[in-house]
Design a protein around this ligand. Structure first.
Ligand code: ASP
Ligand code: MG
Length: 460
């Protein structure tokens, strides 16, 4: 059984929903094919209409600022957009039901924001109640759109199946409770050949108070549904073909990565090479369920498959990633020689100023670190100078090569350095797993070095 998750861009307008229906129809046909002994599903998880969550949070902010008229006007505009989308439902009776539902939900929202505008305060609990409307309403529309186009679908209120903590705006799923609810609600629907349609991102506490899983949480919802229901695959339908071997803005001949491991995806995510946040698919990886990234505008493309581990592709590298605007801080002290506790003291300064350090290299008397967020760096440097010499270098870039194949290739590093060429390397780091090597170089050398490394390892 498959779980299909459609992100905001895959439900952005009527044409997108028509494409979604076709994708679900194809998955349905595969599920009920004669060779399939257990014809069930798929289960569909949907985001809010593209941009709707931002709108809803904007409405909440207006209410919090006391602007009742502005907030109500934006509720009206958003309702209009959802009603327009409901036009995709071809059956009159089904469409009228959904229009009524939208009228009730957005009517309640308008009253809530009026009240909140008087109080001039929006608690996290209210923020969740407001934001949840985006997914509750889009999933209703999608369920009816499928039904009206000949696919037996059943809308499932996410709050009846996704049980979470009460940590509003960043609630965590309670897995045993969620699995019990999903089994109780979804299994009977699947048994009568229905396609359950659930809003992502949304949940509720055991007492039924609406919560959300945090921004971008629909991928997380899909992974949780897949893990609880023992899915054989989770498909994340988005608006790109999948992960690429490099940032196409810097390396025009970047290629699609057909398959990568969860750990590779996690290493790449820090460098911004993310079409999804790897942490959100952890529930699926924990159960060994593959996650496939697919393009709803180009459904024929094979996409990128992420698995907990993967067979060797024969290539040492899976992708090359980079990060600009990196600052290097060199900290050296002869007091470090043979002393214990120095690193503790050093990192304590960064911790005290709530600044995270990303790449670290050390020698006996010096430590180099990189930071992205330099807002508190001058204070950090002042504190470090109490016990060490410190220099700072801005305008650096990190180039990171990632691949499960690096460990098995004894000549890899020499080939890498050869490809990078005559570029001054400020830092070089290879972590324990030997799955990635990160090199810090001047930003002005980045684009050339990336192009050369990519050409060396991804030559067609
Ligand atoms: N609609 C939510 C957001 O925009 C969740 C999601 O789309 O994944 O953050
Ligand atoms: Mg998203």
């Amino acid at each position: 059984m498959f779980v299909l998750k459609f992100g905001g861009t895959s439900v952005a307008d009527q044409a997108a929903i028509v494409r979604l229906v076709d994708i679900v129809r194809a998955a349905r046909q595969a599920a009920v094919a004669p060779e399939n002994t257990d014809p069930r599903g798929p289960i569909v998880v949907v985001s809010a209409l593209g941009g709707a969550t931002d709108r809803l949070l904007g409405i909440a902010a207006e209410a919090g600022a006391g602007d009742a008229d502005g907030a109500r006007e934006n509720v009206r505009l958003l309702l209009e957009r959802y009603l327009l989308m409901a036009g995709v439902i071809t059956d009159d009776g089904l469409r009228e039901d959904v229009e009524r539902y939208l009228g009730v939900e957005f009517g309640a929202l308008a009253r809530v924001v009026s009240a909140l505008a008087v109080l001039k305060e929006v608690s996290p609990r209210w923020l969740d109640a407001i934001a949840a409307i985006g997914e509750l309403a889009s999933s209703r529309i999608v369920a009816a759109a499928l039904e009206s186009r000949g696919l037996a679908a059943a809308w499932v209120d996410a709050r009846t199946v996704m049980v979470t903590t009460a940590e509003h705006t960043a609630a965590a799923p309670l897995m045993p409770e969620t699995e019990a609810r999903m089994t109780a609600v979804l299994v009977p629907l699947l048994a009568v050949r229905k396609i359950p349609v659930i809003g992502g991102f949304v949940g509720a506490t055991a007492d039924g108070v609406t919560t959300t899983l945090g921004r971008g949480g629909s991928d997380y919802s899909a992974a949780i549904v897949g893990a609880c229901m023992g899915a054989s695959e989770i498909q994340i339908w988005t608006d790109v073909d999948g992960m690429l071997t490099a940032d196409p803005r810097l390396v025009p001949d970047a290629q699609l990565v057909p398959q990568l491991s969860f750990d590779e995806a996690s290493e790449l995510a820090y460098f911004g090479a993310k079409v999804l946040h790897p942490a959100t698919i952890l529930p699926a990886m924990a159960k060994n369920i593959p996650v496939r990234i697919l393009n709803s505008r180009n459904p024929e493309a094979r996409g990128t498959l992420i698995t907990a581990s993967r067979p060797s592709s024969g290539l040492p590298l899976t992708a090359v990633a980079s990060k600009r605007n990196v600052t290097v801080v060199d900290i050296s002290s002869t007091r470090m020689l043979m002393a214990h506790g120095f690193l503790h003291k050093l990192f304590g300064v960064f911790e005290h100023h709530a600044t995270s350090v990303d790449i670290v290299t050390t020698s006996e008397v010096s430590v180099s670190v990189t930071v992205d967020d330099t807002r508190r760096l001058s204070r950090i440097i002042d504190d470090l100078r109490a016990f060490a010499d410190v220099t700072r270098q801005d305008d650096m870039a990190a180039l990171c090569v990632v691949g499960e194949g690096i460990q098995g290739d004894a000549l890899f590093v020499s080939r890498l350095l050869q490809a990078i060429g005559p570029v001054p390397i400020r830092m070089l780091s290879q972590a324990a797993e030997r799955r990635n090597i990160t090199i810090v170089i001047p930003d002005s050398d980045l684009s050339g070095a990336l192009t050369r490394v990519h050409a060396e390892f991804f030559r067609p």
